[in-house]
Design a protein around this ligand. Structure first.
Ligand SMILES: CC(C)(COP(=O)(O)OP(=O)(O)OC[C@H]1O[C@@H](n2cnc3c(N)ncnc32)[C@H](O)[C@@H]1OP(=O)(O)O)[C@@H](O)C(=O)NCCC(=O)NCCS
Length: 127
């Protein structure tokens, strides 16, 4: 049974999965999905820190359901924690197909970003 409960997170990425994004089984490649989750978390982190940011850790990554070519893939960001220079977000991925009225939770992961200055050194999130 898939999770069709609406997320409370902020929509940060919305993209249609294309044939070029598939794995050897013909379904969407997990690495493609992670790349978009990372980008979505980066957008949320940049908006929060108002500075450059880098991914320092990805934890608790889980793929719950397969993603199909033609699905609309939506990444939602939930802020979990703000540290001194770091921020942790849960990224929830939900898909919508043309045949379906409700979205399904297909993946999630915890992404930690660090706010950095022009030299790439950590700087406080809240300055
Ligand atoms: C991110 C980076 C700037 C941190 O530099 P650093 O000198 O290790 O900084 P610190 O040890 O002071 O840690 C900075 C913050 O990151 C957190 N952090 C460090 N490693 C972490 C980890 N593995 N998991 C979670 N948080 C981590 C620290 O707790 C700290 O948070 P806080 O300031 O909120 O308390 C540096 O490690 C880096 O440039 N890494 C490469 C990032 C990158 O290229 N990402 C893309 C990969 S392709």
């Amino acid at each position: 049974m898939s999770d069709t409960t609406a997320t409370q997170g902020q929509l940060v990425i919305q993209i249609v999965a294309m044939p070029a994004d598939t794995n050897a089984n013909g379904d969407i490649f997990g690495g493609w999905l992670v790349s978009h989750m990372d980008m979505g978390a980066a957008i949320a982190a940049r908006n929060l820190a108002k500075s450059r940011v880098v991914t320092v850790a990805i934890d608790s990554l889980a793929f719950i359901k397969r993603v199909y070519v033609g699905d609309t893939v939506c990444c939602y960001a939930n802020l979990l924690k703000i540290g001194h220079t770091s921020m942790q977000f849960e990224i929830e991925v939900r898909t919508l197909s043309l045949q379906d009225d409700v979205s399904h939770k297909v993946a999630y992961g915890h992404f930690t970003f660090v706010a950095i200055d022009a030299e790439g050194k950590p700087q406080p999130v809240r300055r």
